[in-house]
Every structure is written in structure tokens, then in C-alpha cells.
Write a protein that binds this ligand. Sequence first.
Ligand SMILES: Nc1nc2c(c(=O)[nH]1)N[C@H]1C(S)=C(S)[C@@H](COP(=O)(O)O)O[C@H]1N2
Ligand SMILES: [Mo]
Length: 305
Amino acid sequence: MPFKADLKWSDVTPKSVWMNRRSLLAGGAALIAAPALGTPARAATRSPWSTDEEPNTFEQITTYNNFYEFGLDKGDPARNAGQLTTDPWSVVIDGLVDRPGTYDLADLLNGAPIEERIYRFRCVEAWSMVIPWQGFELAHLLNRVGVQPSARYVAFETLVRPSEMPGQRSNILDWPYREGLRLDEAMHPLTILATGLYGEEMPKQNGAPIRLVVPWKYGFKSIKSIVRISLTAEQPATSWNMQNAREYGFYSNVNPNVDHPRWSQASERRVGAGIFAGRIDTQMFNGYGEHVAALYAGQDLTRDY
Ligand SMILES: Nc1nc2c(c(=O)[nH]1)N[C@H]1C(S)=C(S)[C@@H](COP(=O)(O)O)O[C@H]1N2
Ligand SMILES: [Mo]
């Protein structure tokens, strides 16, 4: 895939790649090792699911956040999430699965095919970014635990720990934060559990240690700091839909043709683009329509918004 000319390798190369290269250089193995590594690795290893749009900076991605467990302002998560204990961490997997249980994070990640995915990310509030995640397909985990034939949805929950999550000391939402997907959406290869970004382990304000990323849906579907994944027969209750069903549908696919009751969804502001950049058009399914439109064949997306 072609690079954008203005995009430097160092801008998007995960730090882990840098570090490996640097330690090889330090070890004097560079002359032998460099060709074997197939460097420059970026162009060769970019996932076919990744966009070649220029990613937002690490600074932008980690200081402009929504994570209401840590407060309502965009800067609150970066200010307050440092106190969150993410080790030890475990995730309960239950409901209609063959191997339910409480899985340690290390166990969840053991053997998981982690790759980089550079995705567009579009918040329902009409701002957007491009984020280089590391993660693995949710389908990998679901296949591992064995989804039973009666399962039709996947429900997710975030940690509840008011002692470390100051936003949970008030009732801005009915905690825990909950989200859900239809099983076919959950099994789609674009849907990932992300464990890092820019080659760093997941910053706490972005949902450490493990969060969902569903790039064709509004950002609030991409639930952070997950402690429970349940396979269900019925459509699960989800936080923003519980809060205001008219404004936040269960599907919440990015759709420039269906406005939010209080603002247009036809365009978006790319964070960091600069004050003269103007707004860009929002794409149906956030630009992932060729991959996901078939999931909604026969559905009226103005009704199933
Ligand atoms: N648990 C939890 N997950 C959450 C949220 C939240 O408040 N709590 N905010 C959502 C919203 S509205 C957005 S836009 C994205 C923001 O992700 P980012 O901060 O990594 O960009 O997280 C989503 N996941
Ligand atoms: Mo959002």
C-alpha cells in the first residue's frame, strides 16, 4: 500500500519496532540482522485493514479522550486515569460459551495474534482521529472460548471501581459502562480487542489494559477497560442507549445521512488538523462500507440507527 509522501516512517512506526532495531544496532548485529528483518518493515507489514491516512499524534490520542469514569472533560482521563490499577487484571467470560471462566489478562493474550491496525475513529460528537492500535480480532477470543449456537449478541462491561475512578462517584451514567454487538458484528475481522497504541501498552486514558475497537461505529461502542464479556441470546442493554435511546441507538453505525437529534452527522472535525483545515465529510460506515455494509442488508438504517 502506498505511503503518503508527508508521512515519515518514524511517525507511525510502533515504538517496539524502533526498540528492537535500536537494541540490535546496540548489539552490533545490525549488518547481519537488518536484511533478515526485512526493513523497512512498515510498508511490508501494514495490515490490509489499515488506512494509509496520517495518524494523529500520540499526544493528541492520549490527551483528548472520552472516558466518563474519570470525568467529563476531554482532559480528565489523562489527568485522572494514572491511579487506575491495571495489574492484576482479569476478564470474566460467561453466558452462552463452552468454556466460561475468569481469564487472567496474560491468559487472554497468550497466543493472541496481535497486529497493528491503523483505523479511523469517529466519535458521535463529530470529531475524529486516525489511531494506530495494536490488538487482535475479537473473533480469535470468541472462537477460543467456544460460542454456543444459541448466542446472538456479545455484551461487554467496564470495571467498576469508584475508589480509582472518580467519575463513578456520581451517577452521570448507570455504572458499569456497558456495550454490545450483534454476534456477526463481533466476529467481523475489523472488530478488535486493542491492547496498545503506537507500540506502547494501552495508555490508561485510552482503556487499559484491554478495550474494544469497532471502527465503523461511533466511538462510544468501543468500550474501554473491559472486565466482562457475555454471550447472550437477547440484545443487551447498553449505556448510552439506556441513557437516551432516541439519541444513541444500539447499532450506532457511523452514518452521515442520519443526524443526531441535536447536530448534523454529515461532517466531522479531524482532531489536530488545524484551524484552517475545515471539516471533512463523514463517510458511511466511517469508510468501511465495502467490508461491513453486507451485515446490514435488508435493514432500514434510519430505523436501526
Ligand atoms: N468505559 C468507557 N468506555 C468508553 C467511554 C467511556 O466513557 N467509558 N467513552 C467512549 C467514547 S464516547 C469514545 S469517543 C471513545 C474514546 O476513545 P479514546 O479516548 O481512546 O479516543 O471511548 C468510548 N469508550
Ligand atoms: Mo464518543
